[in-house]
Design a protein around this ligand. Structure first.
Ligand code: NOJ
Length: 537
């Protein structure tokens, strides 16, 4: 009998460190704050936590701009605090995953500073993607207005690729060379064809594995290699970057090498890739037995509130991973997306609709084969904060789109732990958190919800406790049972889950009910709700 590795069915909790808990009273979360709240995570019933970047960083993109991959940013603590956190997490029976950001560094990273101080063509520049400019024209139109090169000729960026956050993906240096940044100009992309870059990241992996981490979440995992011809998109939108950036086969040997490193360590160390592809078949390439253990299945998060849409996502995801012998990894919210309580509401609908659907979606997700990642605050039913003052917004998406896109600050507001007013136990009383917290969150604090059996927090605790008992030995596939068009019912061995995405009640299969997201009326499952049951027969 082979033992199932811990990550295969794990529920992992994403900790956005800056917004989780502030132990040192500077208004920003930190590693000691995370340690102080491990009891919450253990009681919640998750298996592991994933920490977003806490490395030395100017925070041009919330820490996804790393200036030193082996140092903790002083605002988040020290390496000693990190070691204490790993030990404490393990003491609570929790695994700990950290983020690794290999696509780009911060512009303050020693390597990029060296590149800036070195001439075109130098080894220091070869660690990044520097190119001469192109003619001013359609490509130039996407960039800063025709800059004058060293010879004085008008020129534009090397091609018309856009940054994911708005504006061009190239920035020009005074000496006339341009560097590529798929994100902000403060995040120059690395040259993964340079062996020094590969060696460096292998060494960084070992640095954190030696400190006891159980795995890595790989940022922009599909984007490391770029088509060296740098052809123009020619008016097509960002999705056209798929071929030249996000579907490159050179990536796979990198992850095979990483897998060999992970396998050198005991304890089922793992890696999960943030991979955006055009379809689940491409995801499966990363899940081959000698590559990554998991990749996020974002299609569930992207799907509208619709039973046929959810069913399609699940069926195609399961079919795609089955060939690789892998299991899917589900997610409803993250630090990059509008919180699902808000997403599932409809403009003008009753305020309870989003929360009801969010609860229903949780049972649905937790009943599926594979692993699930929760985002901090969803266990409190936190909504997106949509009315942050402009001056408070920090996400580069907001600034790079000149205020056209609100960005991701609304899902990154600090967690409310206790009390009646800001900072709701996130920081010491009287401290202003780095993003303002809404008035009216007193009823959403963990403290207020814990004693209430009807609260979202109690519901999450119960769902996770039952999942732990129930799903470990269930088959990896699902069997779809007949249901009305607006609902879906699937079975995994002796266990079944019903989700009603419609407004009208639907009849449940007969059997004994284990847990519901809303009260049942006889054998009728209300609209926008879900249930777990053991069907009879
Ligand atoms: C994905 C991360 O989740 C996101 O927060 C970040 O902005 C980009 N990658 C760039 O690193």
């Amino acid at each position: 009998m082979t033992l199932t590795p811990w990550w295969r069915n794990a529920v992992v909790y994403e900790v956005y460190v800056r917004s989780f808990a502030d132990a040192d009273g500077d208004g920003e979360g930190d590693l000691r704050g995370v340690r102080s709240r491990l009891g919450h995570l253990r009681h919640l019933g998750v298996d592991a936590l994933w920490l977003t970047p806490f490395y030395r960083s100017p925070l041009a993109d919330g820490g996804y701009d790393v200036a030193d991959y082996r140092a903790v940013d002083p605002r988040f603590g020290s390496l000693g605090d990190f070691d204490d956190l790993v030990a404490a997490a393990h003491g609570h029976g929790l695994r700990l995953i950290v983020d690794i950001v290999p696509n780009h560094t911060s512009d303050r990273h020693r390597w990029f500073q060296e590149a800036l101080a070195s001439p075109p063509g130098s080894p220091a520049r070869d660690r990044y993607l520097f190119r001469p400019g192109g003619p001013a024209g359609p490509a130039g139109a996407a960039g800063p207005a025709g800059a004058a090169g060293p010879a004085g000729a008008a020129e534009g960026p090397p091609n018309d690729w856009p940054s994911a956050f708005g504006g061009p993906a190239w920035t020009r240096l005074p000496d006339g060379e341009w560097y590529l940044h798929l994100y902000t100009p403060e995040q120059p992309d690395l040259n993964w064809r340079n062996p020094e870059v590969r060696r460096e990241f292998e060494d960084i992996l070992r640095f954190w594995l030696d400190r006891g981490v159980d795995g890595f979440r790989i940022d922009v995992a599909a984007g490391l290699f770029k088509d060296g011809t740098y052809g123009d998109l020619g008016g097509r939108d960002r999705r056209a970057l798929h071929g030249p950036v996000y579907a490159r086969s050179e990536i796979h040997p990198v992850y095979r090498a990483w897998r060999r490193i992970l396998d050198e360590y005991d304890g089922d160390r793992m890696a999960i890739g943030e991979v955006w592809t055009e379809g689940p078949e491409d995801l499966a390439l990363y899940l081959r037995p000698d590559e990554l253990h998991q990749v996020f299945q974002f299609d569930l998060q992207l799907a509208p509130w619709s039973a046929p849409a959810f069913r399609d996502v699940v069926a195609s995801a399961l079919a795609a991973v089955a060939g690789a012998g892998a299991a899917p990894t589900w997610v409803l919210s993250s630090h990059d997306s509008v919180r699902h309580v808000t997403r599932y509401g409809r403009p003008g609908s009753a305020p309870g609709l989003g929360p009801a659907r969010a609860r229903a979606a949780l049972l649905f997700m937790l009943a599926l084969p594979g692993s699930a990642y929760l985002y901090q605050g969803e266990e409190l039913g936190l909504p997106e904060v949509t009315d942050l003052p402009d001056a408070a917004r920090q996400d580069p998406i907001w600034t790079q789109s000149a205020g056209g896109e609100p960005g991701r600050d609304g899902c990154r507001v600090p967690l409310p732990w206790s009390g009646k007013t800001e900072p709701y136990g996130f920081s010491a009383d009287g401290v202003r958190p780095w993003l303002p917290m809404p008035a009216g969150w007193a009823a959403l604090t963990a403290e207020a919800q814990a004693p209430d059996p009807a609260s979202t927090l109690s519901f999450y605790r119960e769902a996770l406790a039952r999942r732990r008992l129930l799903t470990a030995d269930l088959p990896d596939g699902v069997e779809w049972l007949d249901s009305p068009e607006t609902a879906l019912i699937f079975r995994r061995g002796p266990f079944a889950c019903a989700l009603n995405c419609g407004e009208d009640p639907v009849r449940m299969p007969s059997g004994s009910v284990l847990l519901t997201s809303a009260p049942l009326h006889g054998d009728l499952l209300a609209g926008n709700s879900s249930a777990w049951l053991v069907p009879s027969g």
